[in-house]
Design a protein around this ligand. Structure first.
Ligand SMILES: [Zn+2]
Ligand SMILES: [Zn+2]
Length: 157
């Protein structure tokens, strides 16, 4: 793991310097955790995960570190209608599926065909589309196994 940690630190150092920010051990611990989990944690979850490693870190510092990572392109912030936010250390294009029962987020690799995107863009006359976010909702296999799925599956458009 030592080798892996070092390379994450190098990536972080480079990105921070490119955006005029300082490398700190707190930011490094937050990034190391985020880059090695696929759980799309909340700031609270990041805080609990890095505290054993950096006992002096505060929740406020974790928030600021996460926003710094988002600002320099090393993380993506996923915001939800209820005001909650999750952070994703995976920055290559991918989609998400969110379990309606346990709120876990799953990564889905792949792109929509660009033909469909451009067809949709043509319907947005007063808007220049530069990207899109797609989120699938449903139930993970764990929740399905324990019977958390309502009888009828509804697909909202
Ligand atoms: Zn679930
Ligand atoms: Zn993701």
């Amino acid at each position: 793991m030592a080798h892996l940690d070092r390379s994450h630190d190098d990536v972080l150092r480079e990105a921070l310097e490119a955006s005029g920010q300082r490398f700190t051990e707190q930011r490094a611990a937050v990034y190391r955790f985020l880059a090695t989990t696929d759980k799309h944690p909340t700031a609270d979850e990041v805080f609990l995960a890095v505290r054993p490693e950096v006992p002096v870190i505060s929740l406020a510092t974790v928030y600021k570190s996460l926003e710094t990572l988002v600002g320099c392109g090393l993380a993506v912030k996923l915001t939800y209608g209820d005001g909650s936010a999750r952070y994703d250390g995976r920055t290559d294009p991918h989609h998400h599926a969110r379990c309606l029962s346990c709120s876990r987020i799953f990564d889905i690799s792949g792109h929509l065909p660009s033909k469909e995107i451009s067809e949709l863009e043509q319907r947005t006359k007063d808007f220049h589309v530069t990207g899109y976010r797609l989120e699938f909702t449903g139930y993970c296999s764990h929740c399905e196994a324990r019977g958390a799925v309502p009888g009828e599956v509804q697909v909202h458009h």
